[in-house]
Design a binder for this molecule. Structure first.
Ligand SMILES: [Zn+2]
Length: 268
């Protein structure tokens, strides 16, 4: 039985991130990005052991980062600088925002210009004097289910690289969520209308309802008045709130299908 490594120690942190003792700062960032993506709680809703694992990964990363910042021999006397956050907008349709999931985002990430080493105003041809060059990258991000229009998702360590051993910035995705022609969102609840023929209102029976979770069925009683609403519990949008999954309802308003338009009056 191997001795338990002390939580927060370098050996423990390397173990958690699956790294060898020779790992450099870039290896640490890379392992962290990969594991943080894999074990992100939004991919494993309702699995506390995955959430615990994710917390360990973040803790291990923080432990190795602070260590690198203390004793980085490559940049003597230079304080580590955190990289900038990069901001991008992404558009999701209504059902994508409701369900959440993985998205791939094409970004351009700035790096210190290799030709001039970042010397601004140097008249460098490679970077036009800005000291930075851009490199295309595809970043995978987890969009939590139930995200709202205008909210931001932070993808750790996918922003601009840090300086002198500092950690990279984050990628910040601002979500724009489109409206849906038939579904209306109120927090985690969703509303819609369904039109049924007159005989269905009179006789009652099963009505099929389109929801964010697929087709649901509601039983309406005989002599249902048009405009009456029915609540389908748990058929709304789910969202993680303080570690728990909370789910809204679907509220459907039953209306009468308009009668067929009268035939054009015949000539007399
Ligand atoms: Zn340059």
């Amino acid at each position: 039985m191997s001795p338990e490594r002390k939580r927060g120690s370098r050996e423990w942190a390397l173990d958690i991130l699956g790294l060898s003792p020779a790992a450099g700062a870039e290896d640490v960032h890379r392992a962290y990005r990969r594991l943080a993506f894999e074990f992100h709680p939004d991919r494993h809703a309702g699995q506390p052991e995955m959430e615990a694992r994710f917390k360990e990964i973040v803790e291990a990363y923080e432990a190795l980062r602070s260590e690198a910042a203390d004793g980085d021999s490559h940049h003597p006397g230079e304080p580590p600088r955190r990289g900038r956050d990069l901001h991008y907008d992404i558009r999701l349709d209504f059902l994508e925002a409701a369900a959440g999931g993985e998205v791939s985002v094409q970004i351009e990430r700035p790096f210190v210009c290799p030709d001039c080493g970042g010397g601004e105003g140097s008249g460098c041809g490679a970077c036009g004097g800005s000291g930075e060059v851009l490199e295309g990258a595809v970043v995978r991000a987890i969009i939590p289910s139930g995200i709202e229009d205008g909210e931001e998702v932070r993808v750790p360590a996918e922003g601009a690289p840090g300086g002198a051993g500092g950690r990279p910035g984050d990628l910040v995705l601002k979500v724009a969520s489109a409206r849906h022609p038939a579904l209306e969102r109120r927090g985690l609840n969703v509303r819609s209308e369904v039109r049924v023929p007159r005989f269905r209102l009179v006789e009652g029976g099963t009505v099929r309802v389109f929801t964010v979770r697929g087709a649901a069925h509601v039983e309406i009683p005989p002599k249902t008045r048009p405009g009456r609403t029915f609540r389908l519990k748990g058929w709304g949008i789910s969202r993680r709130r303080s570690g728990r999954m909370v789910t809204g309802d679907h509220v459907v308003r039953i209306l009468e299908m308009p009668a067929k338009p009268p035939k054009a009056p015949g000539r007399r």
